[in-house]
Design a protein around this ligand. Structure first.
Ligand code: CDP
Length: 230
């Protein structure tokens, strides 16, 4: 069988060109930029600070509150500003992906706000947002067990690939596209979504590909943190 050709010529296990920078918003308590290909996310952390309104306070531990927002200019068809069903869902998923890595027991009744802005979108924005947020939380000095890394695994017709771009997300040949965004911390999965169809054996293989990509992202994140503290 002829080898599957990705639209941009990448190998199936190859991520897009990826970079990260910590400390991009000076007024925030912690901040970071994470870029993969043409997708750019910025995360800014404010807090821990007293939770308002008071009825939302948790006396047992601090609360992580994430806000994912796609800038109206981030895609070719301008997005209507303000919250949408999609952005509300991704904000919630981002909280779930990050929470297991955080240790917020020391901050009862307080909140850590994470604002994620997507400046440019070419698929994989929730993963880029989670990677940026994880870095920004570490930069803010929020106690963490480990960093959180996130990547999307795809199945284009029958072939598994790492880090889908928008062209690949729209792939309609054969069995069509399957998109599986995954987040990990300390080798454990904290978030997995599945849009499409995949069998058990391929999912297992996809998880292995995600683990390898997350290891690469982890190194990029550590380097960015080190550069910010030098
Ligand atoms: O960005 P991510 O892959 O996490 O989420 P998605 O909902 O699967 O969106 C995939 C891509 O579709 C986004 O990254 C954008 O490039 C594009 N998109 C868009 O053009 N307009 C929207 N309102 C939402 C998404």
């Amino acid at each position: 069988m002829a080898e599957f050709k990705r639209p941009d010529g990448r190998k199936v296990t190859e991520m897009r060109e990826t970079s990260a920078k910590v400390g991009v918003i000076k007024n925030a308590d912690g901040s970071a930029m994470f870029q993969t290909g043409k997708t750019i996310a910025i995360a800014a952390v404010y807090g821990p600070k007293k939770m308002h309104p008071q009825h939302s306070q948790n006396p047992a531990k601090g609360t992580l509150r994430c806000n994912y927002n796609m800038m109206s200019f981030s895609v070719t068809d301008r997005i209507r500003p303000g919250p949408s069903r999609r952005s509300t869902e991704i904000s919630k998923i981002t909280e779930w992906a990050l929470e297991p890595a955080l240790d917020l027991e020391k901050y009862p009744n307080m909140v850590v706000d994470v604002h994620i802005s997507i400046l440019q979108a070419d698929a994989g924005t929730r993963c880029a947002g989670i990677n940026a947020a994880s870095l920004a939380l570490a930069h803010a000095g929020i106690p963490m067990r480990d960093l959180v890394t996130s990547i999307s695994i795809g199945k284009l017709d029958k072939t598994l690939v790492v880090d889908l771009d928008k062209k690949e997300e729209d792939f309609e040949e054969g069995e069509g596209p399957t998109d599986i965004p995954i987040s990990m911390t300390g080798g454990k999965i904290t978030h997995l979504q599945l849009d499409g169809k995949i069998n058990g054996a391929q999912l297992k293989e996809g998880l292995k590909m995600a683990k390898d990509a997350c290891d690469e992202i982890y190194e990029i994140q550590k380097k960015a943190l080190k550069e910010a503290t030098q």
